[in-house]
Ligand binder design. Sequence first.
Ligand SMILES: [Zn+2]
Length: 124
Amino acid sequence: MSTTIGKNKSTTDAVMERDNFACFRCGASILTRIHVLHERRPGPALGTVANTIILCGNPTTECNQKVRANPVLSQKLGYSIPPTADPLRVPVFHYAHGFVLLDRAGSWHRAHQRVIDGWEDECD
Ligand SMILES: [Zn+2]
């Protein structure tokens, strides 16, 4: 598997490699479970690597359902961002690394830590 992100690499491939084929929120492997490529922001950023994370489940199960069912918390955690916000500038909470900023090329770096009330991780 190549680690070079080039112009020919699809958004899907770049996101899968960046997230190591695991749910961004809980870390569950998505190789053997239903998952989605979740668009953090609706609109013009659709399909860009920084705007996309892997979530386990479908709209009614697991992390995908939790993100949809908790819009306020999901926005605090960066899973959902306002239409006017730049996905490159909004940190998103990774299950293992904490808050990170995602880039266009399929990499991430740590963001300033945020304090979150009410976050829970119960996928297994
Ligand atoms: Zn999950």
